[in-house]
Design a protein around this ligand. Structure first.
Ligand code: ATP
Length: 200
């Protein structure tokens, strides 16, 4: 009997406010280096780590993420974090993404080196580490720190071509009337202009 090999799925959670080239290069590089079959972009619902900040409504962030991903056959979007009430926790994200497949999958949680720094504070992190492997990408300004592996984290580091872009910087540039061309996919820039996002 033929057994299909288990598909390898990247789970890429983010606020994506807005999605930028750093996100796309990170997802692409993770796909290539780790032999992923696809990457699922999961825009966060209520970001518990950023609840003190002004975050664009989920519908807008989802629309921009859809525009950023476009028709790339290796990328898709899950709305599971937006559809679920309450704060977004990665442990729920991976359970919901897994449930979107009707066959067995191996999940790889993709994150930047900055997010890895505080992994030990994540909700039910020990369970999360049993459910997924992590793919961590370098990010300018963040060194590859030793990760506390005492709770059994399996993390593969990938050196992607450094992209020194953040959503914070993009929002600030829009606010200051500076160009974001080529820092964001063009349709995302158009959406921001059309909806007058990030202007005080
Ligand atoms: P903000 O500036 O608002 O904090 P951000 O640019 O960090 O946003 P997020 O949506 O919070 O974007 O990031 C989602 C994930 O993508 C995180 O794991 C983050 O570390 C990673 N990431 C974001 N930008 C980059 C980048 N330029 N290079 C590598 N990883 C990145």
């Amino acid at each position: 009997m033929l057994h299909e090999s288990v598909r390898r799925i990247g789970v890429f959670g983010g606020t994506f406010d807005p999605p930028h080239l750093g996100h796309l290069v990170a997802a692409s590089e993770a796909t290539f280096r780790c032999g992923l079959d696809e990457v699922v972009f999961v825009p966060t619902g209520d970001p518990w780590q950023k609840h003190h900040l002004d975050v664009t409504r989920a519908s807008g962030r989802l629309a921009m993420t859809r525009l950023a991903v476009g028709s790339d056959p290796l990328f898709r979007i899950s709305t599971c974090d937006i559809d679920r009430d309450g704060p977004t926790y990665a442990i729920d994200t991976v359970a919901d993404v897994r449930a979107e497949y009707d066959h067995e999958v191996d999940l790889y949680f993709i994150l930047g080196a900055d997010s890895l720094e505080n992994l030990h504070t994540w909700h039910r992190v020990e369970e999360l580490c049993k459910a997924v492997k992590f793919i961590a990408l370098n990010r300018p300004g963040y060194s590859r720190k030793d990760v506390d592996t005492s709770f059994g984290v399996d993390v593969q580091f990938i050196d992607m071509p450094a992209v020194d872009v953040s959503s914070t910087e993009c929002r600030q540039r829009v606010r200051d009337g500076e160009p974001v061309r080529y820092l964001l996919p063009r349709p995302v820039g158009e959406y921001i202009a059309e909806h007058a996002l990030y202007r005080d």
